[in-house]
Write a protein that binds this ligand. Structure first.
Ligand code: NAD
Length: 570
């Protein structure tokens, strides 16, 4: 069996050098020129650096402008009477973008335009699409890097490093690496036992109809990936950006258009969430939803698709990456400094608004006093301020809803006899939506603060008895409905080895002696299971397969001369 498989592998490899026409076939197989990719380097933005000066100029320009952002359907611009503004979360008096909600009728118009564009776009050779993507990645890495970072810093309140790793590096990586994965994918062709008799081919078609990309506020890169990866694979898209990430998302749309994505392929459709969701799920042409956001929104969309199932031409693909309740589990053998630094970064960078942020930590009694001291000492040094002040560690949370939700958990901690706030606990929205990094100690490992997604800078610690490692691992696994990210800190190799098995289903991204955040495209493909999502692993090679409907073609070169099978002959 294995010997056979090997033989076929070799023949497939050799076969790549030939085009299918060399066998007399009418089937065209893509022959894409080779290229390699690397992760985009992260710039330092140190005082007096060139990039720091360029960024400051761009921050200044964007701070003093209110950009008018239209709805784009095909090549047409629309502005409705439903006017909205994007403000700076850390200075909510300051508007940076004016935009317009599409009505249900406009969403329906975009559906028609996208559905019509799909077949034409699908006919564009993959090699040409890849050229556009690589050009876009270069525009993002050079000409528009500061625009992407400044719009993300001011609009989503990210500090410079958080913007650089998101709206520059991760976005560029998604665009480049997905193009690379698409090229690699075409190398596989099915087995043809004798290609003088029969040639088998596989080709990748975009999904018939349109894909709805619904993106969250917290990662500019995710928004670009949600809208443009289906497009790379030949789909057409209605992109509904988040209101609170509008300007950075608009910058992506403009860059992709400049790079050569034709009108109608990706339609930029800001809208009220439910209006958009209700309209796309009611369309018979819906071929997929590419969603990242909260569990309730994804469940609602999934339910609506179920209710409309008899109306669709295709079974829509449903991809949803949702919330988490990510953990750090500290073993008695852990290195205290790594735990403290890793937890501070994971829990409080970007105000805990990364889907992978650590929100619950389990610490053994024997290490608690040192870890507590380390966390509290470091916490005091974190400056929470304006993103344009480069010494800020983090800034404001995204909007008033987030502020209310997070401060609600802080108030709950203040009132509950099981919970004690040991650091932080202050919040103030007079200028921006500021919540101080907050550390809570709980006596109850099943308090809601240990179970529910807070999505803010609140870390809760549960101190366990050193002899209760096993029971505590059970708590890690079973106390929340999520399974997004998790980390184990231990110097004991046999415990680490055991934890890989024990905690196998507790996280889609699992870390050993490292914090629960910071996945890199191509290095740690990302996604979680259970209620954290469909785990399609954005940033990995399998993700692009979600956006294609492959077709197998068997072509036979010799006539069929018999209808009878040999066993039928006497
Ligand atoms: P959200 O669910 O509030 O919004 C996400 C998007 O859905 C927005 O564009 C919003 O306008 C839209 N929306 C809202 N109601 C809708 C409806 N009925 N139909 C269609 N669209 C609708 O989430 P958010 O606050 O923007 O993002 C935060 C959430 O995203 C957190 O739960 C976080 O964990 C999760 N997240 C997960 C990942 C991951 O990879 N697993 C990554 C980033 C964020």
């Amino acid at each position: 069996m294995l010997a056979n498989a090997k033989k076929y592998l070799f023949s497939i490899k050799g076969f790549q050098k030939l085009s299918s026409q060399d066998f007399g076939s009418v089937v065209l197989r893509p022959r894409i020129k080779e290229f390699t990719v690397k992760n985009e380097p992260i710039l330092g933005y140190t005082q007096d650096s060139k990039e720091r000066k360029e960024l400051e100029t761009e921050l200044n320009r964007i701070s003093n402008t209110i950009e008018d952002v239209p709805i784009i359907i095909g090549s047409e611009k629309f502005k409705t009477n439903d006017i909205r503004y994007q403000v700076m979360p850390h200075n909510h008096e300051k508007k940076i973008a004016k935009f317009y909600y599409a009505s249900s009728d406009l969403v329906a118009k975009a559906i028609n335009v996208a559905t019509e564009a799909q077949r034409k776009w699908d006919a564009v050779p993959l090699e040409d699409k890849i050229d556009i993507w690589l050009k876009a990645a270069d525009l993002m890495a050079n000409k528009y890097r500061m625009k992407l970072n400044a719009t993300t810093m001011l609009g989503q309140s990210k500090t410079v490093i958080q913007a650089e790793i998101d709206s520059a590096a991760e976005l560029i990586d998604f665009i480049r690496l997905n193009a690379f994965f698409a090229k690699e994918l075409t190398k596989y062709q099915p087995i043809s036992e004798d290609n003088k008799v029969t040639l088998n081919s596989l080709r990748y078609r975009g999904l018939d109809g349109f894909v709805a990309a619904v993106s969250p506020f917290n990662f500019t890169a995710i928004s670009g990936n949600l809208a443009y990866t289906p497009a790379l694979m030949g789909c057409s898209v209605l992109w509904k950006p988040s209101d609170t990430a509008l300007l950075s998302n608009w910058a992506i749309y403009e860059i992709m258009t400049e790079a050569g994505v034709p009108a109608g392929v990706v339609n930029f459709v800001p809208a009220d969430g439910p209006v958009f969701g209700d309209t796309i799920t009611a369309s018979s042409n819906l071929s997929g939803i590419n969603f990242t956001g909260s569990v309730p929104t994804f469940k609602r969309l999934w339910k609506q698709v179920g209710e409309n199932i008899n109306n669709y031409k295709n079974f829509p693909r449903l991809i949803g990456e949702c919330g988490g309740k990510n953990y750090h589990f500290v073993h008695p053998s852990a290195d205290v400094e790594s735990v403290v630094n890793g937890t501070i970064r994971s829990s409080f960078e970007y105000c805990g608004q990364k889907c992978s942020a650590c929100s619950r930590i389990y610490v053994p009694q024997s290490l608690w006093s040192k870890i507590k001291e380390g966390l509290l000492e470091t916490r005091k040094q974190l400056k929470i301020g304006d993103v344009a002040e480069f010494d800020s560690f983090a800034s404001a949370v995204i909007d008033n809803n987030a502020f209310k939700r997070i401060s609600g958990y802080i108030e709950h901690a203040k009132k509950s006899s099981n919970l004690k706030i040991i650091g932080g606990g202050e919040y103030d929205k007079s200028k921006g939506y500021f919540v101080q990094p907050t550390i809570v100690e709980t006596k109850d490992p099943l308090d809601k603060i240990m179970i529910e997604e807070i999505f803010g800078p609140v870390l809760t610690a549960y101190v366990y008895n050193d002899s209760e490692v096993k029971n505590t691992l059970d708590l890690v696994i079973n106390s929340t409905p999520y399974a997004l990210t998790g980390a184990v800190f231990s110097q004991d190799k046999s415990f680490l080895k055991q934890s890989i098995e024990t905690l196998k289903y507790s996280a889609g991204n699992f870390y050993l002696n490292d914090k629960s955040t910071g996945s890199v495209v191509g290095q740690q493909p990302f996604g979680g299971s259970k209620m954290s999502g469909t785990n399609d692993k954005a940033g990995g090679p399998h993700y692009i397969l979600k956006w294609t409907s492959p077709q197998s073609i068997k072509e036979t070169f010799v006539p069929l001369t018999e209808w009878k099978y040999p066993y039928m002959k006497n």
